[in-house]
Write a protein that binds this ligand. Sequence first.
Ligand SMILES: C[S@@+](CC[C@H](N)C(=O)[O-])C[C@H]1O[C@@H](n2cnc3c(N)ncnc32)[C@H](O)[C@@H]1O
Length: 136
Amino acid sequence: MTDGGSSIPEVHALLATLVASKPAGRFAETGTARWQCRSCQVLRAEVVHGHWLDVLPQRAPFDLLFADGGLRDTEGGFERSISLLAPGGFLVKDDMSPRRPIDGDEIREWLFREPRLIATEVLTTPSTAAIVAVRR
Ligand SMILES: C[S@@+](CC[C@H](N)C(=O)[O-])C[C@H]1O[C@@H](n2cnc3c(N)ncnc32)[C@H](O)[C@@H]1O
């Protein structure tokens, strides 16, 4: 997964923890910062250029999707991201402002109210958060 062009070590640790829970799992990251990232080389990852909606479906299902670029509901992005997940698969959305209300926040309204997901907010530092959702 990401080498952290912009994501922080706490997010790397969160991802590493979730990945470790899925031995032999398949993992995807949208918005990969550096195509020659260190962790890609370690994991012998496939690096794919393009809009995630175009390039990921044929590679799914994934046991973890780190949605770190281009996650919007335009083009059905929310529904299509769920369709990429294996049952029990994680969806991680980084770059959230912590402790914000669900109502009025498009990402939170979706992740916390979508019946096929169970979600929780994780403080990655005192001032940053990620949302981790798992597909039922
Ligand atoms: C927050 S940065 C990613 C940071 C990186 N994952 C890290 O941890 O350092 C977001 C990236 O998503 C890319 N992006 C935006 N929309 C996208 C899309 N629809 N498909 C794929 N990548 C997209 C942007 O070009 C940008 O490089």
